[in-house]
Design a protein around this ligand. Sequence first.
Ligand SMILES: [Zn+2]
Length: 84
Amino acid sequence: MAVYSQGKALDPVCGMEVSPVSTNLVSTHKGRRYYFCADCCKQAFEKNPVKYLKPKGPFGRFLDRLTKSNEKVFGRARAVLPLA
Ligand SMILES: [Zn+2]
């Protein structure tokens, strides 16, 4: 189903649709609330919010999703930095 209702939010990291009522993966940035599909998306966003708030074309989102699925399969060794 691809119904974009008012109750849905987009994960700014991977572009996935998230239901705000069914997640506790929330981050607030400059007074706005952002919702995430997974904890790794939330952590990536909190490390560098500005990176993910730039508008992206469909290809950029596609690459992000590809990266994310690769991380699931191959691990995230390259992507993870310790939180300061
Ligand atoms: Zn996500």
